[in-house]
Design a binder for this molecule. Structure first.
Ligand code: NAD
Length: 361
């Protein structure tokens, strides 16, 4: 079996713990992987950030497993490593599959959907203008003089760019993903009723691209209605294709319906690289405690295996996670344990249980 070189980015917060657990599981599959480890975020040297060597490594290997990275909420803080990585590598589509698992007492069973969002544009595009800055006042002045609405002087501004090219690429990816993965329905999620220029363009393009996929059922839904429908009958959804901000929120919401972010994997896909990472963040309050749930990262590793053509190993990892969840005895604090008063398992104990479950198959 040929060895695959994979860039490994442990990240910070709980990242190194859950990434180490996922690596143990991937190694136990027997798939030969050579890890090329780089530090990003708070762990990077000489200071927090996204070293150029990281980008070069992901570009060269084409595939990475990444832990979460803390992003400051302070206005003057360093730029987001996550946004930087996606921008530099043109990782335009983020896929977050959400699936019910037997054994958890969650509000729903039978959920099997995927949230796919564009990650290049929208309000996360990085165009943030501070209140009172000269460039902000200049933009406000232009907008007010153009008669396209009234922006109060002194406001902070976030710009929401949405281009036809990005929408077209995202929708083609989402529809093809649905076709390849057996989802029969793709829903374009938008708020075109309130944002006609941006979301209206997204919707027009979505309809147009959907016409090229006659075998995939296509519909459209306002983002607020989508939230309501998700918490009432999530089983009815297949792929939800959407813009950056809505997708970020919807994927956490959907994950919470079937066990939470501790079980939610993901991938960021671009033309030259794919970066696999859990939907959750760095959970700083649990960093170093050994309590974090590694399952989302392990499942992201399974997605990575499938991406590099090791579907059989990916199936084994996913089935083993399902078995450990169904048994209910070796689960971290965030999932319901059987019996409920059993102490939560540690990150490492869960990885060991998954490896043992793989061995039983
Ligand atoms: P978070 O996902 O880190 O935490 C939200 C809640 O979920 C917390 O209660 C946390 O304890 C819990 N949680 C998260 N992961 C868990 C796990 N594996 N096991 C058990 N419980 C888990 O979200 P947050 O608190 O909003 O963000 C923390 C930091 O992470 C922020 O700096 C944020 O910017 C960053 N973040 C990074 C990424 C990424 O790197 N892709 C994604 C989201 C958030």
């Amino acid at each position: 079996m040929a060895t695959t070189r994979v860039t490994l980015l442990p990240g910070d917060g709980i990242g190194p713990e859950v990434v180490a657990a996922a690596c143990r599981v991937l190694v136990a599959t027997g798939v030969p992987i050579e890890w090329e480890t780089h530090q990003v975020g708070q762990a990077a040297a000489p200071g927090p950030g996204l070293p150029e060597a990281v980008l070069a490594s992901v570009r060269a290997n084409g595939v990475a497993l990444k832990g979460p990275v803390t992003t400051t909420k302070e206005r003057t803080g360093p730029p987001s490593v996550n946004v930087g990585l996606r921008t530099a590598l043109d990782l335009f589509a983020q896929v977050r599959p959400v699936r019910s698992r037997t054994g958890l007492r969650t509000p729903f069973t039978g959920v099997d959907l995927a949230v796919i969002r564009d990650t290049t544009e929208d309000l996360y595009g990085g165009v943030q203008l501070d209140a009172g800055a000269p460039e902000t006042e200049a933009v406000i002045d232009v907008v007010n003089r153009a008669g396209r609405g009234v922006v109060r002087p002194g406001s902070a501004i976030g710009i929401k760019p949405v281009s036809e090219a990005a929408c077209r690429r995202l929708m083609a990816f989402a529809l093809q993903y649905a076709r390849d993965n057996g989802y029969r329905r793709v829903t374009a999620v938008h708020k075109a009723s309130a944002m006609r220029s941006t979301d209206g363009l997204f919707l027009e393009v979505a309809r147009d691209v959907a016409g090229e996929f006659p075998d995939v059922a296509f519909d459209e839904m306002l983002v607020d209605s989508t939230c309501a429908a998700l918490v009432r009958h999530p089983q009815e959804f297949g792929v939800l294709a959407t813009l950056n901000l809505y997708g970020d929120i919807l994927s956490d919401l959907a994950a919470a319906l079937v066990g939470g972010v501790g079980l939610a994997p993901g991938e960021n896909v671009g033309p030259g690289a794919a970066v696999f990472e859990a939907a959750h963040g760095s959970a700083p309050k649990h960093a170093g405690s050994g309590r974090a749930n590694p399952m989302a990262m392990i499942l992201s590793g399974a997605m990575l295996l499938r991406h590099i053509g090791r579907s059989e190993a990916a199936d084994r990892v996913e089935a083993a996670v399902d078995a450990v969840v169904a048994e209910g005895t070796t689960l971290t604090y965030d999932l319901e344990r059987t019996p409920a008063d059993r102490p939560p398992a540690s990150t490492d104990e869960v990885a060991t249980a998954v490896i043992e479950a793989m061995g039983r198959r």
